[in-house]
Design a protein. Sequence first.
Length: 291
Amino acid sequence: MEVNGYKIEPGANLENANLTEASLTGANLVGANLTGANLEKANLYGANLTDANLRKANLTDANLTGANLTVADLPEANLTGANLTDANLTGARLSEARMQGTNLTGANLTEASLTGAKLFYANLTGAQLPEASMFKVLLRKANLTGANLEGAHLADADLVDADLTGANLEKANLSEADLTVANLSGANLSEADLTVANLSGANLSGANLSGAWLTGANLSHRNLEGKDLYGLDLWDEKLGGANLYKANLSGANLFYANLENANLSGANLENANLSEANLKGATMPDGTIHE
C-alpha cells in the first residue's frame, strides 16, 4: 500500500513523512517509525500502530477512532483536537504530549505514561486509566466522567474545574493535586492519597472518601450541609475513619456529618459547624479522643 509516495507497511520508516489528510483507514503500521511525521487531519480509523514510534509527530485533528496504539511511543506528540474514541493506548508513552481538546471517550489508557501531558478540555468520558502515570498532568476543565483511574498516579496534577463525576479514583495518588472547584460527585476516592491536595470549592456530593488520606488537604469553606454533606458521609460512615490530620476545615459546614473514628489531630476547625456531628472515637485537633 502506498500513500503520497510512501510505502505503508509494518516497520516502515516514515520519519518526517508528510501524510497530511492521508487516508490510512485500517493501515498496518506495527513498529513503524513515524518520528516527526505530519499526520494532521489524517484518517487512521482502526489503524494498527502497536509499538510505533510517533515521537513529536503532528496528529492535530487526526481521526484515530478505534486505533491500536498499544505501547506506542508518543512523547511530545501533538494530538490537539484528535479523535481517539475507543482507541487502545495500553502502555503507551505520552509524556509531554499536547492533547488539548482531544477526544479520548472510552479509550483504554491502562498503565499509560502521561507525565506532563497537556489535556486541557480533553474528553475522557468512560476512559480506562488504571495504574496510569500522570504526574504533573494538566487536566484543567477536562471531562473524566465515569473514568476508571484506580491506582493512577496523579501527584501534583492540575484538575481545576475538571469533571470527575462518578470516576473511580480508588487508591489513586492525588497528593498535592489541585482539585479546586472540581466536580467529584459520586466519585470513588476510597483509600486515595489526597495529601496536601486542594479541594477548595470541590463538589463531593455522593463521593466515597472512606479510608482516604487527607493529611494537610484544603477543604476550607466547603458547604457540607444537605446534599453536599452526603458527599462526605452519605449517612453510612463514608468519612468514618478518614485521616484528616492537619486538614484545613476552617469555615466548613459539617452539620450532622459522620466523623466517627476520624483523625482530626492538628486539623484547623476554626469557625467550622460541627453541630450534631458524630465524633465518637474521633481524635480531636488537640489529640484528645472524643467520647
